[in-house]
Design a protein around this ligand. Structure first.
Ligand SMILES: Nc1nc2c(ncn2[C@@H]2O[C@H](COP(=O)(O)OP(=O)(O)OP(=O)(O)O)[C@@H](O)[C@H]2O)c(=O)[nH]1
Ligand SMILES: [Mg+2]
Length: 685
């Protein structure tokens, strides 16, 4: 493959709801662009993108994959992304490194939760966006209805560059508004159908107005001539795409391919080249900077994905944000401040690799044989201190406790999972000392299933998962005080420690404060640290449920000592016992972790989802409309949310989604507190 300069590169991330035909469309683009001789198909296992056994078996894309099309003097990098929310980590990474995204929408179902979510990622990354309305061959498909749906849910400025025509209710042609050309249902060029003439005029006018609005000079020219020249139209549309004021809509079928060439023709024209992309925020020696896309600038590349390849071992995928590198070079992983040798890099298309000898601004490549580089790292020229602002991945929403099936495999499991977590930032492994369990969190049940089967394949370690314990906390609700005297006389030297302690509640999140207000040396200063230690030890296992005690102030305000028998140990024991006694009189209460949820569902499911949340002791905080969807905001105890991803799936026919974030600790209702205390006592016995 020849080397392409930055202005001849375009990277497109293909995104959208699950099973709308993204992978099929990517295969059809490869075929239409002449990159493959045979059309790959997800249905017979020959897709260039879903080429792993894993994705073939599950019939979904489970990670992002690449394809390269050399078309009209340009190199178009296509990145196919997973539609399932479980694998949106890969989707977000791919969006971040694209020049534009192509949002695929089903021609019958229209905008779905996955459409909204991926749209939102593109918006947050300020990416130019194109839309492909797919599967227009289905009986229920309706181009105009879906266009309206898109305009209502997403933005008005979605305007067709190509549209579909049905004759007698059957899909018959795709028409290009810009060129006036048309293709039939076999993809062959045909004269413009009469039934398309009015629509082509209407859409062309909308395009002309959009172009004129993008620039004052064009607006003037439009007022003068009532139209725009072809050059003016192109320039205006380019600008409107780059500024996200216009979302070009394409349409057709992925299977059999119809309409692909119209899209390929438009990509080099409508999608801004990497050189026109927005500068990327970064820090250089802790100072905020912006990295401008410039092949003659310093070499900076972003790692947006990494995986283990059967032939190459661990590989990382990068986009060159600035600069250029040829041949081999020593580079710096600036995120880890380590040196790497860049020598084995490839352009990847499907499951194949092509040796590369130059990486320039805007291009995407896979690098093999790096020592310790993973997703979200920055690579720079030797000695560089530039670190790109990291990609923000969503918080995992599905957490389980995990252990190896066979005892003794703990370390192997830990290191295997750590490696997977470094490749996928939405997978988080934690040793949680508070509950004494190792937990694994991810984006959903399928996400963890796939990761654990990868773990088994790579290390042979089989695992078991179970419901994680809840990290309850204990606190107090009122002031109380008391004393305790620890005295033992056993033959020789005795033990003597005597303290008066007062406990006072502190605001949530304040933790623990300790003060000494002892006067007259009743407890000598050198024993005060032992008193504090005793309390801290007692707070590790609270008196009501054996959970951690938080948010209180302890004051030791009096006591007494014995010149011979007093010791650190005696004061520690006294304060430990005293703390327990006083806490039981201070209105002890159990706190539980509570999370903020945002559940997005089509309106028809709102009632069911809300009553389910309420039955989980959830408190609805508000409801907002987002197009035809409702976003329910609620605060729900973590204890009630185990496997909520699966619940929501079955409540909404997989058309709902949610995000969650930790809100804080809140008191557990009395009757539930009693149940928890009973179960803790049972466990201890
Ligand atoms: N009739 C028809 N079927 C299509 C079309 N495009 C895709 N399909 C079918 O839709 C199914 C799903 O297609 P995929 O390409 O795997 O969908 P996807 O969006 O990549 O799905 P995920 O990877 O799970 O997000 C397959 O069985 C395809 O054959 C189309 O234009 N027309
Ligand atoms: Mg797919």
């Amino acid at each position: 493959m020849k080397n392409y300069d930055s202005d001849k590169l375009r990277t497109i991330a293909v995104i959208g709801h699950g099973t709308v035909g993204k992978t099929s469309l990517c295969d059809s683009l490869l075929f239409a662009g002449g990159a493959v001789e045979r059309l790959g198909s997800v249905d017979n296992g020959t897709s260039q993108f879903d080429y792993t056994d894993e994705s073939r078996d599950r019939e979904h894309s489970l990670s992002s994959s690449m394809g390269i099309i050399e078309y009209s003097g340009c190199k178009i990098n296509i990145i196919d992304t997973p539609g399932l929310v479980d694998f949106h980590g890969a989707t977000i990474g791919s969006i971040t490194v694209s020049d534009a995204v192509l949002l695929v929408v089903d021609g019958s179902d229209g905008v779905e939760v996955g459409t909204l979510k991926t749209w939102d990622y593109a918006a947050r990354n300020d990416k130019p966006l194109m839309i492909w309305i797919n599967r227009l061959d289905r009986d229920s498909a309706d181009f105009k209805r879906i266009l309206e749906d898109i305009r209502k849910n997403l933005r008005k400025s979605a305007i067709p560059v190509t549209f579909c025509v049905k004759e007698n209710g059957v899909f018959s042609a795709v028409v290009n508004v810009l060129t006036g050309k048309a293709v039939n249902s076999e993809g062959k060029e045909i004269p413009l159908p009469d039934s398309a003439k009015d629509d082509i005029e209407m859409y062309r006018m909308q395009l002309v107005e959009t172009a004129a609005e993008s620039d004052e000079k064009l607006m003037e020219s439009f007022f003068e001539n009532e139209t725009l020249s072809e050059e003016e139209l192109t320039a205006g549309l380019q600008k409107a795409v780059a500024t996200r004021n216009f979302f070009p809509v394409f349409s057709g079928l992925a299977i059999p391919p119809v309409g692909q060439k119209f899209l390929l023709d438009s990509i080099p024209i409508l999608v801004p080249s990497p050189l026109k992309g927005t500068p990327v925020a970064a820090t250089d020696r802790n100072k905020e900077v912006e990295i401008v896309p410039d092949p003659s600038g310093p070499f900076v590349a972003r790692v947006f994905n990494s995986k283990v390849d059967t032939h190459m071992g661990e590989i990382v995928f990068v986009r060159v944000v600035s600069g250029e590198i040829a041949g081999t070079a020593d580079i710096t992983n600036t995120s880890r401040n380590s040196t790497e040798r860049l020598g084995n890099y490839y352009f990847i298309t499907g499951g194949n690799r092509i040796n590369a000898d130059r990486l320039t601004t805007g291009d995407i490549a896979a690098i093999a044989k790096l020592k310790s580089t993973s997703t979200n790292d920055t690579l720079g020229q030797k000695g560089s201190k530039i670190i790109l602002n990291p990609i923000v991945f969503p918080e995992p929403v599905y957490r389980v406790a995990i252990a190896p099936k066979e005892r003794g495999n703990e370390d192997k499991m830990g290191s295997g999972l750590s490696l997977l977590a470094a490749q996928d930032p939405t997978l988080i492994l934690r040793n949680e000392s508070e509950i004494g369990q190792t937990t694994l969190s991810g984006m959903g049940e399928l996400h963890l299933k796939v990761m654990l089967s990868r773990l088994k394949d790579s290390t042979g370690v089989e695992t078991e998962t179970f419901k994680p314990k809840i990290a309850y906390h204990e606190t107090i609700t009122k002031k109380a005080e008391g004393s305790y005297k620890h005295r033992k006389q056993t033959g020789g030297r005795g033990q003597y420690g005597h303290v008066f302690i007062r406990l006072e509640p502190l605001p949530r999140g304040a933790g623990f404060e300790f003060k000494s207000k002892v006067v007259g040396g009743n407890v000598p200063t050198n024993f005060i640290p032992a008193v504090e230690k005793g309390i801290i030890e007692a707070m590790k296992n609270g008196p009501i449920s054996s959970c951690k005690v938080v948010d209180l102030q302890a004051v030791v305000y009096d006591g007494s000592y014995h010149p011979v028998d007093s010791s650190d140990m005696a004061f520690k024991l006294a304060s430990r016992k005293c703390f327990k006694d006083v806490m039981l009189n201070a209105g002890p209460s159990l706190l539980e972790p509570v999370v903020n949820m945002e559940v997005t569902v089509p309106e028809e499911f709102m009632g069911d989802v809300m009553s389910d949340l309420t039955s989980r002791r959830g408190r609805i905080q508000g409801i907002e409309a987002e197009g035809a969807f409702q976003v329910i905001k609620a605060s729900v105890p973590e204890a009630e949310l185990f496997q909520y991803t699966s619940t929501l799936k079955s409540l909404t026919q997989a058309r709902g989604s949610f995000t969650q974030s930790f809100e804080g600790y809140k008191p557990v209702p009395r009757e539930i507190q009693e149940k928890i205390m009973a179960s803790v006592t049972e466990e201890e016995e």
